[in-house]
Design a protein around this ligand. Sequence first.
Ligand code: UD1
Length: 420
Amino acid sequence: MDKIVVNGPSRLSGNVSISGAKNSALPLICASLLSPGLNIIHNVPRLGDVRTILKLLAIMGAEVDLKWPTVEINTADIDNLHAPYELVKTMRAAILVLGPLVARYGRARVSLPGGCAIGARPVNLHLTALEAMGADIKIVNGYVEVKSSRLKGAVIKFPQVTVGGTENIMMAATLAEGTTVIENAAREPEIEDLAIFLNKMGARVHGAGTGVITIEGVNSLKEATHSVIPDRIETGTFMVAAAITGGDVLLENVEPLHVTDIINKMESCGVGIETSGTTIRVRGPEIIHPVDVITQPYPAFPTDMQAQFMVLGLKASGTSVITESIFENRYMHVPELMRMGADIVINGRTAMIHGGKPVSGATVMATDLRASASLLLAGLIAEGETEVLRVYHLDRGYERIVEKLNSLGANIRRVSSKFY
Ligand code: UD1
């Protein structure tokens, strides 16, 4: 298994191009199951998770033609409505094939994703909503088995905001009989992106991006072409990298509106930020003021930026406070950061980061995608060598991160070895 070695500290400067959003590409690829034609998706990031979902579709009978960053998917001949555990366990988003399969074929057998490093993350809300639309659901041998005649439109009020649940039901409802209303819907930009793609296919989705989404069911959908929005979490990660290294970085191909809360929080820390069109320039200040964030559903501060902001807190002069309100176990990076000398105290869902203290390189273990990113960031500000193990997590969600950071002046390399 590979590892990444960072020699710090370094100052980042220059331009970096942000890739398409992982969390948009995955549902868009699943949505291609809804129409029996050739769907073309541009600006797809070259990531482990994208390969996994494409592999899943290929197993189901889709013809997948990869010409990065474009993916062509022909779903005319889907003949296997089974999503095996081996693929779903590596990536929860595979549950997003459920809605499209049930909507188009009236049945599906999809492995339950199980737990993951950042918490239990059940899919009960997806299933209850499909049941409300008339689906018959059984859990057999770890699989969700769904059968249904044509789904029926329903009013679905999610008791808590769920991104994947909103996406699954939005997709399922496109081919349902009648109108579906999703209340307390997730408002993430990725939901809007999916709705735009579905509407290009002939769906009638209204209100995506607000808390109430209305979907008028249609009889069939047609092929469509779409381009994935920029990755707002990769954007935020590079913004933090520039800030903590006292750098001056121009991020290109971004959507500043999707990172409004991240920009506001960083500005309140004293970080210099200028937005213009599809670029954001970030300049690290002499002194970073402490941060105070609570993770919440969009448009508030994203849980997927929590680990990276903790490293911002390490550089801040004073005590920062971070509260994780989405996932119950998303501080796995903290013990690793503490091995680098970080002074962090966890109390329930709140972390107090006593910043401004020196951190030094160490061998650290990545536990999930965003935790891994925080360890790389810490390596950029640490004295000496940081080795980040289990880098397959990073490969799941950051396109060419080593190359991108190196092009900005970091001293970072990937070491391949069968011994790690
Ligand atoms: C998506 C993102 C992930 C992000 C998360 C929260 C993708 C591919 N992944 O994950 O990067 O961290 O949103 O912004 O887009 N929950 C239930 N029952 C359910 C569904 C969810 O209890 O049926 C809970 C989860 O355990 C969690 C919370 O609801 O505590 C939010 O989860 P959800 O928004 O569904 O996250 P994902 O869609 O899995």
